[in-house]
Design a protein around this ligand. Structure first.
Ligand SMILES: *Cc1c(COP(=O)(O)O)cnc(C)c1O
Length: 407
């Protein structure tokens, strides 16, 4: 294990053979899962280099998910800010409403190739569960989604969507009955049923090969963006900004630009009600190194190593650990990290809806908050791209309730 993670390594070489990004990542799981992860790693390596697999994936990304997604010039927000040109990468236009379908499709195809007929997944807000249920229905795979009982109550509509598409939604009554507990249950199921079951993990988190594999399935975001901005502006953008929950939409969007030193990359975490214990989910503000659910990374934990309660207005960013690759690039300085608070997000959610006719997901709105600040600070010949990871239809009731409370 390397103790000096700051030595520059070409992105193509990461993670290393042990699944590590410098000192982060790795495989911290019980013995019983090692075989399953090794088999998955081997299967994925073969699929990744198989043109037939890549062709099939591209076909379904286009026909089922709706790729490529547009690069959209946010003209009125640009004028409102009076600085840099603002573009949105429109992942919100994808089937099931967010970037998550890129990964769900990729992993479902991989499962089919590995001969697994049953899929399990965890979900917090339900977005990853809905994407997984959709691809399972499409490919005729059996599907079980683990979801905390508290989350099931908060996200009843997504529970119904999953069931409509034939998924079994399993209520998790352990612990705080939220996402972390759902991941534990999914891992337990996987250990018991690994012969015929594949676990579709929903973000760039967990034990190797998940952070790498999930990143790879989302790299299409940055690949398209690169072509689109070159066609549109004849050059690369000055800054690219994305929100960071586990970190999958951000790393997928950033990856193709890691080698372009002129392109600034910024990840935005959930600042919640402010950076005080239990009030936020910004792992780089007050988190420290630890191991959670298979991976070594930055985690919000108390001095005894107990996982802290987290809070964000957006369920998709409300998780105590950040993807290990982000911890690595934060150390090297290649990606900068900041946060947006619930209040900023509420204001910008309305501003974006009013100025552009686009209702963004609360998660994505964190990136817009920072993007607008940067656009204001930059000259009009600069270009800022914001990754719009999802649409806000799922959030309108939450926002309505919060606005009524304030009034
Ligand atoms: C799940 C979700 C996120 C957070 O997940 P990442 O893995 O960090 O991308 C962000 N935006 C939307 C719309 C989501 O559904």
């Amino acid at each position: 294990m390397s103790a000096s993670p700051t030595a520059p390594v070409a992105p193509a070489q990461l993670p290393d053979a042990a699944g590590q990004f410098g000192q982060y990542g790795g495989v911290y799981v019980p013995e019983t899962l090692m075989t399953a992860l090794a088999e998955l790693t081997a299967g994925y390596e073969l699929a990744r280099s198989d043109p037939g697999f890549q062709r099939e994936l591209r076909h379904h990304l286009k026909e089922f998910a709706g790729r490529p997604t547009e690069l959209y010039f946010a003209e009125r927000l640009t004028r409102h800010c009076g600085g840099a040109k603002i573009y949105f990468k429109r992942e919100d236009l994808l089937h099931t409403g967010a970037h998550k379908i890129n990964n769900a499709l990729g992993q479902a195809l991989l499962a089919r190739r590995l001969g697994k007929k049953r899929i399990i997944a965890e979900t917090g807000a339900g977005q990853h569960g809905v994407a997984t249920a959709a691809v399972c229905a499409k490919f005729g795979l059996e599907c079980a989604v683990y979801m905390g009982a508290v989350d099931m109550e908060r996200q009843a509509l997504n529970v119904f969507r999953m069931r409509l598409m034939g998924a079994k939604v399993v209520a998790v009554e352990a612990g705080q009955k939220t996402l972390k507990d759902a991941v534990n249950e999914a891992m337990r199921d996987w250990v018991a049923n690994v012969r015929h079951t594949h676990y579709i993990l929903g973000s760039a988190l967990g034990a190797h090969p998940y952070p790498m594999m999930v990143r790879d399935f989302h790299r299409v975001i940055g690949q398209e963006l690169r072509e689109q901005i070159l066609a549109r502006e004849g050059r690369l953008p000055d800054e690219i900004i994305a929100c960071v929950g586990g970190g999958s939409n951000a790393i997928g969007c950033f990856y193709e630009f890691l080698g372009d030193q002129t392109v600034k990359l910024a990840g935005v975490e959930a600042g919640g009600r402010g950076i005080r214990r239990g009030e936020h989910a910004a792992r780089f503000e007050g988190g420290r190194l630890g191991v959670l659910q298979g991976s070594k990374t930055y985690i919000l934990q108390n001095p005894d190593g107990q996982i802290e309660l987290t809070h964000s207005v957006s369920a998709g960013l409300d998780y105590a650990a950040i993807g290990p690759e982000h911890a690595y690039y934060r150390d090297t300085g290649r990606i900068e990290y900041t946060y947006a608070t619930d209040d900023e997000v509420m204001e910008t959610f309305q501003l974006c809806s009013r100025h552009e006719g686009i209702i963004p997901a609360l998660e994505s709105t964190h990136a817009i908050v920072h993007g607008l600040k940067r656009a204001k600070a930059l000259a009009s010949d600069k270009i800022v791209v914001i990754n719009l990871s999802g649409r806000g239809d799922k959030d309108v009731q939450t926002v309505q309730r919060l606005l009524e409370q304030k009034a």
